[in-house]
Design a protein around this ligand. Structure first.
Ligand SMILES: [Zn+2]
Length: 307
């Protein structure tokens, strides 16, 4: 049910700037983005209330008793929603909106942000909450997903499933956390269009030979020794570390987990991934914010899309 915050819809009904030459039947209240009429158009009933399933990423206190809750949903991607009265002692929603909780939601269109009217936990991952290490690892996954995604009204089912599967794997503890995290990082990057190139040199295109190489965060992949030596920002990567990254990249989760990894290679991979992710996040900061601002400017209230 992709009805709200939908880019396709907002494009279909573009925001028309105030035009002084507008014909009289277009009253100013229909056109002026600051008029309450514009913000609160009469809407068909089925669109005022909608359902979604999602995982709570984070929350933040709002006013006296409310909370702003960020949820990654199955069908609508990331949403920021207001949970009214959730900090009151007798709130029925409170326990269902804790971070990591998989929750079924009922929402209502709000003036600016939509409101959570009902919340029912589906999975709470108690094993993650009771174990500080698991909690730390799960928090990292959540933060990574949060920082790499923007609210755009479109779900990414593969990414949602990756999140849920990874939380489940951390929760049961049947696999090592470092493997779960590396698998999550590589899949997330792939699903969002940042798959590191590991087979051919990103400098000259030559096929990578079985020897130590370089990795360039700037260029998004591995560099042959010849190209790598000429790039100051490139970092060395050993053959075992590169082999393991490639194995993860082309395997399903269970297959990816099979090789035993030395602590040294593990450390090397973690450092390489952190450098790449940090580089991407720093570079990303401006663009999504810029796009979001433009989109907000063009569609002062997403509710208009129904008109
Ligand atoms: Zn090269």
């Amino acid at each position: 049910m992709i009805l709200f915050f939908n880019r396709a819809q907002t494009e279909a009904v573009p925001y028309r700037p105030i035009d002084k030459s507008t014909s009289p039947q277009d009253s100013p209240s229909r056109l002026h983005p600051n008029s309450s009429h514009w913000y609160n158009p009469p809407m068909p009933k089925r669109e005022r209330v909608y359902k979604a399933e999602g995982v709570v990423l984070r929350r933040q206190d709002l006013g006296e008793a409310d909370r702003l809750t960020t949820i990654y949903t199955r069908n609508l991607g990331k949403l920021r929603l207001v949970a009214k009265g959730v900090r009151k002692p007798r709130s029925r929603k409170a326990g269902h909106l804790e971070p990591f909780t998989r929750v079924a939601l009922m929402m209502a269109k709000g003036r600016n942000l939509d409101l959570i009217t009902q919340a029912e936990a589906i999975e709470t991952f108690p094993d993650i909450r009771s174990d500080l290490m698991k909690l730390g690892h799960a928090s990292y996954l959540i933060e990574l997903l949060d920082r790499f995604t923007v609210e755009e009204g479109q779900g990414n089912l593969a990414l949602y499933n990756l999140l849920l599967n990874s939380l489940n794997r951390l929760s049961t503890g049947s696999f090592g956390a470092s493997g779960i995290i590396l698998y999550f990082e590589l899949r997330l990057l792939e699903l969002l269009g940042y798959r590191p190139e590991l087979s051919n040199c990103v400098g000259c295109g030559a096929e990578i030979q079985p020897q130590s190489q370089y990795f360039s965060s700037h260029e998004g992949g591995v560099l042959c020794p010849k190209c790598g030596r000429s790039r100051r920002e490139a970092r060395q990567i050993s053959l075992p570390a590169l082999k393991l990254l490639r194995h993860y990249q082309r395997s399903d989760f269970e297959t990816a987990m099979t090789p035993r990894v030395s602590e040294e290679v593990q450390r090397e991979i973690e450092n390489t991934m952190q450098a790449y992710i940090t580089y991407l996040l720093e570079r990303r900061l401006n663009t999504p914010e810029f796009i979001r601002r433009i989109r907000n400017f063009e569609t002062p209230d997403e509710g208009n899309s129904s008109r």
